[in-house]
Ligand binder design. Structure first.
Ligand code: ZN
Length: 91
């Protein structure tokens, strides 16, 4: 069986980032800013590593999603504010 080491928090941040960015209309939507926001949010949030058979991630993610939903949205919102003020490219 192929086992995989996975940070569920990364999965959850990527699931939520587009909705949170859509709610902040004046944030830049380019790939650079989106990745910077994801990286910053994942630095704020605790990592949640698990060993899992490849592909079988979704039932565990559901439980963690409910536990961390508020923290994830808060971390994404903070990260958006920072990237908005200091994008890694010309405005
Ligand atoms: Zn940008």
């Amino acid at each position: 069986m192929h086992l995989e080491l996975k940070n569920y928090m990364e999965e959850l941040v990527l699931q939520k980032i587009d909705a949170v960015m859509a709610a902040n209309r004046d944030v830049c939507g380019c790939g650079q800013c989106r990745h910077d926001i994801a990286a910053m949010a994942l630095t704020i949030l605790p990592a949640r590593y698990v060993v899992t058979p490849r592909g079988e991630t979704y039932t565990r993610i559901k439980a963690l999603e409910q536990q961390f939903a508020v923290d994830i949205i808060r971390a994404l919102t903070e990260s958006i504010e920072i990237v908005k003020k200091h994008p890694h490219h010309e405005k």
